[in-house]
Design a protein around this ligand. Sequence first.
Ligand code: NAD
Ligand code: UDX
Length: 476
Amino acid sequence: MSFSIKNICCIGAGFVGGPTMALMAKKCSDLIFNVVDINKQRIDAWNNKDLSKLPIFEPGLEEIIEKTRNKNLFFSSDIECAIASADLIFISVNTPTKTKGLGAGKSSDLKWVEASARQVAKFAKGHTIVVEKSTLPVRTAEVIESILNSTDSNLIRDKKSFSVLSNPEFLAEGTAINDLENPDRVLIGGEDKQAMHLLSNIYRNWVPENKILFTNIWSSELAKLTSNAFLAQRISSINSISAICEVTGADIREVSRAIGLDTRIGSKFLDSGPGFGGSCFKKDILNLVYLAEFFGLEEVAKFWEEVVNINLWHQKRIAKIVVEKLFGTISQKKIIILGFAFKANTNDTRESAAIRICKDLIDEGAELIIHDPKVSPIQIEADLQIKPYITYNEKSKSFLNNNAGGWRYSKDLDIFDDSHAILVLTEWEEYKNIDWDDAAKKMASPAWIFDSRSIINLDLVKKSGINLWRLGDGSI
Ligand code: NAD
Ligand code: UDX
């Protein structure tokens, strides 16, 4: 049978589906890409003429969307039509941690993957290659295959057939376009050699041959979980050492640099910060933990679970330090939060350290003013599950008679008046250029800066007279 790929469907127009298909459409102008989603609002946002209103902020994305959208890249809610016309379908839907039932709190909730597979089983025509793009527990391909092949009578009547492959995505948010354009590797797992070859041909349009890796399907699924577990483990390791630095007089930046020069360790992913966030690390490690427990590997499970536990401990540790430095009480003290996204250059807040830390500070009665250049106040409210202050008085620049602790949002940085402290949680570029002399004049005294991202200029802050605490710096 001669089978070629001309038409591609991606189920899920999220942080992975959107940018990945956009980049593929740019690199493969002879192929058609239909990105579909059950979330109509998201699809409308992808189709918004105003490119600044795309649902995802990702450097370089707007330019690619401008070049490809409605040429060979289409965003739509017509899932049936997109599946029916596709030769290859990427499943790129969300796979969050289960919140109830068997495996709750650890295993992935596969209901969106299962629903996608059922849609594919129902609407696909002829032969279709189905590719797992979502990050999935090992052996999920089996589930997808059994759903696709369960409607036997349909298969015979409509002459449907399927090949299932695993092709996990390794992009990181904030650098997604560059990661997609210059991947360290593209991983394709499967058994059907022809299908694997056809999928690799798409990537060959821009990825060098030696970076395309073929494995069996289970290795591919497990490699994705392992990759995220190793990366997260590095961050928990360096953050744990930052706590030792603070009590011993060492400086975590110097320690990171020194160990990173060992080529066996390498210098990447050694920046101590407020604790890893993002939608992937915690979820994927817990998935690994669940898998190990399922197979009776208790010690393996405990080993990986500690990476997540220490991350939470570290986030709580930062909130505690702020309270301690401000004389043990932050009730009704005004604290400026710089950054709410889980890292710079994204509007994503999923699992952001800022959520835990802000909640803890609000619990202690603090009045937070939260700034982030890309995260909306609606998103912050959804994450904190606390309504913003409505009793904020713009004139006196203070909250009115409220002992409970709370927050409000600011879209600009003219917010330092009468503040007791500034806490840097996201490494946005614009926070590096704040005029600290000017801020010092406006802040209450003694004023504090807590820098959890090591982006603030030490000398300029010292000159301004503001007290500085830096994560992992025992030397100041
Ligand atoms: P997301 O929540 O941003 O997007 C998923 C989209 O799928 C949503 O818009 C949702 O409405 C849609 N969807 C769910 N069920 C559907 C269905 N049956 N039909 C059509 N649309 C449906 O998630 P994401 O961040 O893009 O992640 C997707 C997958 O990729 C996850 O498994 C994640 O672990 C993995 N991943 C994410 C990243 C990342 O940086 N975000 C990186 C690598 C891998
Ligand atoms: C991660 C993986 O990097 C990517 O390969 C995978 O596909 C999805 O999960 P992402 O979560 O988007 O990507 O961002 P990443 O750059 O990995 O950062 C994750 C978290 O770790 C962020 O909160 C970041 O601030 C933190 N981090 C990262 C550090 O604290 N220090 C570092 O040195 C690197």
